[in-house]
Design a protein around this ligand. Structure first.
Ligand code: NAD
Ligand code: UDX
Length: 459
């Protein structure tokens, strides 16, 4: 039996520890956070994040071998294995601002661990970090004069929000990086044994520390790069009457390319892609690899362009002005099945439309509270309406910005009747039946597809 602690009860710490506790009744798992409200929510049936299937997993282990607490110091001392899953956002100040990772929460945690430990421990990097962070971590932890030894492992998390439980239950791989020393190898083994309780050994990959840390940034860069690539193609499709969905299917059937992550849309969002690519860009620049830095930076530039291009298309289609027009945005979350709005393209579109003085109504089944907080002062100018039918009443246009399955099944005939005409639909996720909408009377614009309008010149 091991005492496992996770510092940071966010989108990663909460779900990962819940799945570990559920599958490993032999271990005691505690999750701590400085945020009292979040810990209280983890202890209730109203969890702090929306994630399908998560409540069931939490309930299966909570109170048995899964505990949530704000008592960080005491739990540090009791732990044998400590996962650190605190936030590592892009730095907003000083050297590396706008690209480098902000490691202040990370370093505070390292110091807190060493200050509150009375026996040696394994410390696991679960947060996404710049390559070679483990070296700094080791130096801080092992600079104690109490004879304590800390083994630092890298164990990046690959779960995606919305599918976090399934991703953790049956991951493509678990990656563990460690030092090639006797105690390093033992620590890797101890962590591998935890995962091997429910994950086949052949899926548990062990590497050196630096490869493990860097693999996480590279995995996200590759995934995001595919999205930016298909989005670049979508722009060309719109000019040439090619259809980006047909192209994605045609190229995706080539097994060398594969069919995943080829959905064109209004751009990628989420807390990871942009942050991790910019981190990679910063690392390349730091090592003087400017061409490599520029290559990866283009993925982010492409993404920003896609979001702005979408808004620009809306304005052009709606007779070059949206000022004073009610526009219903369906979706605030950065993807379906999550309430997370961090870096959501929906909010980027919302901000741009507000600048154009549109009257924006934002609708989402789970993300409106987060959207309101993220929009800050601008929230006063937005109407938040969870009911999509109410949101579209009187609107000149609907823009679908999150791929919630329910949006494809809405009664668009009912919406069309209640809207201002001519009525527009902008499908930023390619989830709607364009032809059916066109037949109802809508002017329909979708990413990477020819527009379908009732206007004379077809534009
Ligand atoms: P989050 O903001 O949801 O959670 C981080 C938590 O850490 C917060 O609740 C915060 O209060 C807590 N915290 C910060 N400093 C603390 C301290 N000193 N002591 C105790 N708690 C502290 O972030 P997240 O989305 O869970 O991401 C965490 C890490 O995992 C990041 O490095 C991220 O890049 C990485 N990651 C995220 C995802 C994802 O899908 N969100 C996936 C893979 C990896
Ligand atoms: C991502 C990584 O997938 C995950 O492995 C990592 O641990 C965290 O970052 P996440 O951001 O939760 O996960 O969701 P993901 O499914 O990767 O989607 C990211 C963004 O890309 C979303 O906005 C999504 O809508 C968009 N996307 C994804 C597309 O636009 N097209 C696609 O084909 C796939």
């Amino acid at each position: 039996m091991a005492n496992i602690l996770c510092i940071g009860a966010g989108y990663v710490g909460g779900p990962t520890m819940a799945v570990i506790a559920k599958n490993c009744p032999q271990h005691r798992v505690v999750v701590v956070d400085i945020n009292e409200a979040k810990i209280a929510a983890w202890m209730s049936d109203d969890l702090p994040i929306y994630e399908p299937g998560l409540l069931e997993v939490v309930k299966a282990a909570r109170g048995r071998n899964l505990f949530f607490s704000t008592e960080i110091n005491k739990n540090i001392d009791e732990a044998d294995i400590i996962f650190v899953s605190v936030n590592t956002p892009t730095k907003t100040f000083g050297r590396g601002a706008g690209k480098a990772a902000d490691l202040q929460w990370w370093e505070k945690t390292a110091r807190q661990i060493v200050d509150n430990s009375s026996h040696s421990k394994i410390v696991v990097e679960k947060s996404t970090l710049p390559v070679r962070t483990a070296e700094a971590m080791e130096r801080i932890l092992n600079s104690n004069d109490r004879g304590l030894h800390f083994d630092v492992l890298s164990n990046p998390e690959f779960l995606a929000e919305g599918t976090a439980v399934d991703d953790m239950e049956a991951p493509d791989r678990v990656l563990i990086g460690g030092r090639d020393t006797e105690s390093g190898r033992k620590a890797v083994q101890a962590l591998a044994d935890v995962y091997a309780t429910w994950i086949p050994r052949e899926r548990i990959l062990t590497t050196g520390l630096w490869s493990s840390e860097l693999s996480k940034l590279v995995a996200n860069a590759f995934l995001a790069q595919r999205v930016s690539s298909i989005n670049a193609v979508s722009a060309l499709c719109e000019k040439t009457e090619a259809d980006v969905t047909e192209i994605a299917k045609a190229i995706g059937m080539d097994r060398r390319i594969g069919s995943n992550f080829l959905k064109a849309g209004v751009g990628f969002g989420g807390s990871c892609f942009q942050k991790d690519i910019l981190n990679l860009v910063y690392l390349c620049q730091h090592y003087g690899l400017n061409e490599a830095a520029e290559y990866w930076e283009q993925v982010v530039k492409m993404n920003n362009w896609q979001q702005q291009r979408f808004v620009s298309e809306m304005i052009t289609a709606m007779f070059n002005t949206v000022a004073g027009k009610r526009i219903a945005l369906l979706g605030a979350a950065f993807k379906a099945d999550t309430g997370d709005t961090r870096e959501s393209p929906a909010l980027a579109v919302c901000r741009s439309l507000l600048e154009e003085r549109a009257h924006v109504v934002l609708s989402d089944p789970y993300a409106l509270e987060n959207a309101r907080a993220d929009l800050g002062k601008l929230a006063d100018k937005v109407i938040f309406e969870p009911d999509p039918y109410k949101a579209t009443e009187g609107a000149h246009a609907i823009a679908v910005l999150t791929d919630w399955k329910a949006y494809a099944k809405l009664d668009f005939a009912r919406m069309f009747k209640s809207m201002t005409h001519p009525a527009f639909v902008f499908d930023g996720r390619n989830i709607l039946d364009r032809k059916a909408l066109f037949d109802l009377g809508f002017n329909v614009y979708a990413i990477g597809k020819p527009a379908m309008t009732h206007f004379e010149n077809g534009k």
